[in-house]
Design a protein around this ligand. Sequence first.
Ligand SMILES: [Zn+2]
Length: 219
Amino acid sequence: MSAALDEIRRTVSGLHQELVRNRLVAWTSGNLSARVPGTDLVVIKPSGVAFDELTPETMVVVDLDANVVEGEYAPSSDTATHCFIYRAMDDVGGIAHTHSPYATAWAARGEEIPCVLTAMADEFGGPIPVGPFALIGGEEIGQVVVETLSGHRSPAMLLRSHGVVGIGPSARAAIKAVVMCEDVARTVHLARALGDVTPLEPGAVDSLYDRYQNVYGQH
Ligand SMILES: [Zn+2]
């Protein structure tokens, strides 16, 4: 159990650097968490600590009700949100949150990102949805995420006037969701600057999604 916890501490600490490397975060905004497999524990970023000061030891361990179990620092101000999602969605093992600029520009407009690229059909299985505005700090954002992403193919969504949430079976999958979300948000923005865009046909989206999810890559 302690070995599993140590491994998740290392993973979550290390993967925070992917947020920096992919230019998804500014200063201390953005965070990542992971469920410790087979437990009711979550490892999450400490609040307000610089990304280059994050280590496995500075990560905070909380229970599913957001009570601190281990850690010298206070947990991220989004901890209640993360815990709400883990309680409601059993298959979620990792959650990432950013204010990455292109995706957040769509969020500022309260607009979903239309599915106009094969890469979007592959990864998100349709448009990237946008949820209603919710205040930070409590469980409201968690409720919005659960309502928006339950039963949805997309592992990422926009929070109106706020930013991006990505979920997945692991912390790495959640990071991938927010990285790919920013990538397509940028491309679709550029496309719209050139003129109108046309969503892919639903049948093509289904076929691309199925191929990418079930056939693509190493098996
Ligand atoms: Zn935020």
